[in-house]
Design a protein around this ligand. Structure first.
Ligand SMILES: *[C@@H]1O[C@H](CO)[C@@H](O)[C@H](O)[C@H]1NC(C)=O
Ligand SMILES: *[C@@H]1O[C@H](CO)[C@@H](O)[C@H](O)[C@H]1NC(C)=O
Length: 317
């Protein structure tokens, strides 16, 4: 394509070389200017900063940090007294917001308790008064438990083992209690990485009787589950392929272990789904347009998330 005579080869090469040199030179100048700017502004910041809630007791958080939020850069008139202040605050060389300061805590001691009747991975447990009900779970990767063990906190003993329904999931369960009845929704059925089941049950912990509930519209792994205003809410979890986060949210009217509807109602989907999330009912959220009831969804596998899902006053329960 290009004729390679000596001249033509030489001239574009030289120009390219010069352009590259100029480019590198400009970059270096920019870098050096940036370093100078950064060090001088850090100097100013550190000599001015430290707000009042900065604890003198905590570690080496950069002293420059709070200024960005709390105090405008001001004349060097402020510099002297503030510097003194900083020194006082960090006598022990540690400066951190009081928010992060350690609080004196009681000296708690761990106590060894009665070992569980069986080893368990990924089962579920729920406490009602002085009893801890422990459900299902893996014994080994090839074996899952199909029973419930009960721990009595009053005399620190295990006992009261009873069977689960055959169709109930063995791990990744969604579970919640109203203080007597335990609602158990969907989850993985079987050992290893088997698929999930949509079967859903309620247990009366006083009679140890199980009842069926309508199956979830589709099965899920470890959905967030909560009771609120007479409805059992189920949201998120993983879809049937185990790894796709589910965003769906359903609810079902329940009362004292009885299901009052024939099928699950579709609710507002959650913005980000996934398994193993904690679903908390938050207190009322007051906004200019009314009082809202909100759910707080937090945590989860491989992610830190915190979401709030709010219902207006006109939400029908
Ligand atoms: C800067 O500090 C002076 C006194 O040192 C004060 O009068 C002035 O209001 C401050 N300015 C700002 C923006 O805070
Ligand atoms: C738990 O233990 C206490 C003390 O032994 C006993 O009185 C109570 O009946 C036990 N509860 C159950 C449900 O077994």
């Amino acid at each position: 394509m290009v004729r390679l005579t000596g001249k033509q080869q030489h001239t574009p090469g030289t120009i390219r070389f010069l352009l590259i040199c100029i480019g590198i030179g400009l970059l270096l100048i920019g870098l050096i200017a940036d370093i100078f700017w950064a060090s001088s502004s850090r100097f100013k910041l550190s000599s001015l900063s430290i707000s009042n809630n900065w604890s003198p007791h905590s570690s080496d958080f950069p002293a420059t940090f709070p200024l960005m939020f709390n105090e405008p850069l001001n004349s060097s008139a402020n510099q002297k007294p503030k510097e003194k202040h900083v020194k006082e605050k960090s006598k022990d060389g540690r400066v951190l917001s009081a928010t992060f300061a350690d609080l004196p805590a009681p000296q708690l001691k761990w106590e060894k308790m009665a070992p569980a009747p069986v080893p368990r991975l990924d089962g579920a447990a729920i406490q009602i008064k002085n009893l801890l009900f422990v459900f299902a779970g893996y014994g080994t990767i090839d074996h899952v438990h199909s029973h419930v063990d009960i721990y009595n906190f009053t005399d620190n003993t295990w006992g009261g083992r009873f069977d689960m329904p055959k169709e109930m999931a063995h791990s990744h369960l969604g579970m919640v209690t109203d203080g007597r009845y335990i609602y158990i929704v969907t989850g993985q059925y079987g050992p290893q990485c088997r698929g999930p089941t949509a079967h859903t049950f309620v247990l009366d912990t006083e009679t140890k009787k199980w009842s069926d509930m309508p199956p979830l519209p589709v099965p899920r792994y470890a959905p967030a589950t909560q009771l609120w205003r007479g409805r059992l809410h189920v949201m998120g979890g993983s879809k049937e392929n185990r790894h796709t986060p589910g965003l769906e949210h359903w609810s079902l009217a329940v009362k004292d272990g009885k299901v009052l509807e024939t099928e699950w109602r579709n609710e507002i989907p959650i913005p980000r789904g996934g398994p193993h999330r904690l679903l908390v009912i938050q207190c009322d959220y007051v906004s200019p347009t009314g009082i809202f009831k909100c759910f707080l969804v937090c945590g989860g596998s491989f992610a830190y998330t915190l979401m709030r899902i709010c219902f207006g006053n006109n939400y029908q329960t």
